[in-house]
Design a protein. Sequence first.
Length: 210
Amino acid sequence: MKKTKRMISSIYDTLNASDSDELEGIYKNWAKNYEHDVINLAGYVGHLITSELLLSYLTKDKAKVLDAGCGTGLVGEFLFNNNFKNVEGVDFSKEMLSIASNKKVYQSLKLVDLTKKLDYKDCVFDAVICAGTFTCGHVGPEALRELVRITKKGGYICFTVRKQEWEAAPYEKVIQSLEDSMSWFEVERHTSNYNTQEGISCQLCLFQVT
Ligand SMILES: C[S@@+](CC[C@H](N)C(=O)[O-])C[C@H]1O[C@@H](n2cnc3c(N)ncnc32)[C@H](O)[C@@H]1O
């Protein structure tokens, strides 16, 4: 009961942070309990559904992949265990990155704010994966434009958007405008499980850059 309360309050706090400083502070304090809480208590599967979907399309295990909002490295671990070892991780929380770093599954890890212009050249990655980071109070749909810019033509972008965030922010508009400018096209998009113990779903999206 005590743990359930802590889980609900940590997730609730991140979804309701009033600005990025507050959000960063929440992850700073939560980092060491994050995986236990989201997996064992909330039944989070965002890292699994994105990794599995991406790997069903990404054939070359040498592919250069960016894990955007990598957190403690759940996605990186999954990809590494499936022989994808050319993976970079970025996140804006030092404490989350420090846990990811201990896993030794990333080629590199960088402190990056995904809401800003990214310090990468155009067309660098074969794929970008972003699990659990397009969610309330975190990173909004405009950040998709930068992810498209840094992905190679023919490369993939796989991400989740939590249900409430999908409904509240203009994801469909940004996605459509990227389709209209022929920057990418939809490969798959469907409603999926997300936080299974909480009964929360997400949009699971896979786009190909053109
Ligand atoms: C729910 S966690 C997901 C982490 C990981 N992808 C996973 O599946 O476990 C959201 C992550 O987004 C990061 N984040 C939030 N806002 C960010 C921003 N503006 N730039 C970069 N990372 C951000 C947080 O630090 C946190 O690690």
